[in-house]
Design a protein around this ligand. Structure first.
Ligand SMILES: Nc1nc2c(ncn2[C@@H]2O[C@H](COP(=O)(O)OP(=O)(O)O)[C@@H](O)[C@H]2O)c(=O)[nH]1
Ligand SMILES: [Mg+2]
Length: 310
């Protein structure tokens, strides 16, 4: 008999979804069969990552994309992970206003997560939360994450496709390449295209993408949008849908999902080994072995070996 929480989620009860997310966020995982029941109901949704620098317009874009999804009769889940949010676990004021619009609307579930989650475990938590939303019947799940350094790369582990949002000020050629964005993005958006330089950055980007074709020989599309004026976003939505169709037909979507699944198993094992290793005793042993600064002259490999093998 499935857990009550599972039944609530399967019935798209937003209170149950919220409760499950809070448990996952706080590492208070529900009993074992929970994930089993959720997982077997979590295959019918598309997961879309939206990443980019703070203030690039990700939330404004997501909000418009929600409308296009609803117009097509699709249900939507949005998880906004914003470690730059000044409120612990809370949304930015603008996001709150946007979220209020859907209060009581069973077709849309929005949630924002602050920086109280440790970054290491964040991607696995977001995956579990994605499963919960999928099991509740959401057709499209958006993960909005702030791309600061490594963060951008994490999104690839949780989403079927990744959209990178840039603004005209996002910098020159070298910066774009350095950021490793080319490898992770399926679709680029130059938002705030009402500002100077938007055409220049779009054409620079297209040139780079053309030269550095990805392994599968696919060149990501570049869309120019002005999200706060609702310009270019329908084109972006159509672009997302047709891209999804293509990768589905070519089997790439399945390959990605399989890789993601394997990565999850890998992460679960890594976390579990680490947690079981760092018992109180081991933690104390580390403190004892490194009582003062003089002891740090010992090679850390030696200390690690002692902890590992006694
Ligand atoms: N000028 C201009 N401002 C925009 C555009 N899109 C969003 N904004 C504004 O940029 C600010 C940050 O947007 P938000 O969606 O919260 O960015 P996020 O941090 O990436 O989620 C808000 O004040 C938006 O109204 C745009 O295309 N042009
Ligand atoms: Mg935002």
């Amino acid at each position: 008999m499935p857990h009550d929480l599972v039944l609530g989620i399967l019935k798209n009860n937003h209170g149950s979804i919220s409760k499950a997310i809070t448990l996952i966020e706080n590492n208070q995982f529900p009993p074992e069969p929970f994930f089993c029941d959720i997982h077997k109901n979590s295959f019918n949704s598309v997961r879309i990552g939206i990443t980019g620098p703070p203030g690039a317009g990700k939330s404004t874009l997501t909000n418009l994309l929600i409308e296009f999804c609803l117009a097509k009769g699709k249900e939507v889940g949005v998880i906004a992970v914003d470690p730059t949010s000044p409120f612990t676990g809370g949304a930015l004021l603008g996001d709150r206003v946007r979220m209020n619009k859907y209060v009581g609307d069973k077709r849309v579930f929005l949630r924002s997560m602050g920086n109280h989650c440790d970054l290491g475990g964040l991607s696995s938590k977001v995956q579990e939360i994605g499963d919960v939303l999928a099991a509740s019947g959401k057709d499209y799940i958006f993960f909005e994450t702030v791309g600061v350094g490594q963060g951008e790369h994490d999104i690839i582990n949780v989403a079927d496709i990744s959209i990178v949002v840039l603004v005209p000020e996002s910098g020159d050629e070298i910066q774009l390449m350095k950021a490793g964005l080319i490898e992770i993005a399926d679709i680029f958006v130059i938002n705030k295209s009402d500002r100077e330089g938007s055409n220049r950055i779009a054409s620079t980007l297209k040139n780079i993408l053309h030269i550095l074709k990805k392994q599968d020989n696919r060149e990501p599309s570049v869309f120019n949008t002005i999200a706060n004026k609702q310009k270019g976003v329908l084109e972006l939505f159509n672009g997302i849908e047709s891209y999804l169709k293509v990768i589905d037909k070519e089997g790439l979507l399945d390959i990605r999902r399989l890789e993601r699944y394997r990565k999850r198993v890998f992460d679960i094992i890594q976390n579990s080994l680490e947690t079981s290793f760092w018992s109180r005793g081991k933690q104390k042993q580390l403190i004892d072995l490194t009582k003062n600064i003089d002891e740090t002259s010992i090679d850390p490999h030696k200390v690690a070996k002692q902890l590992l093998y006694g």
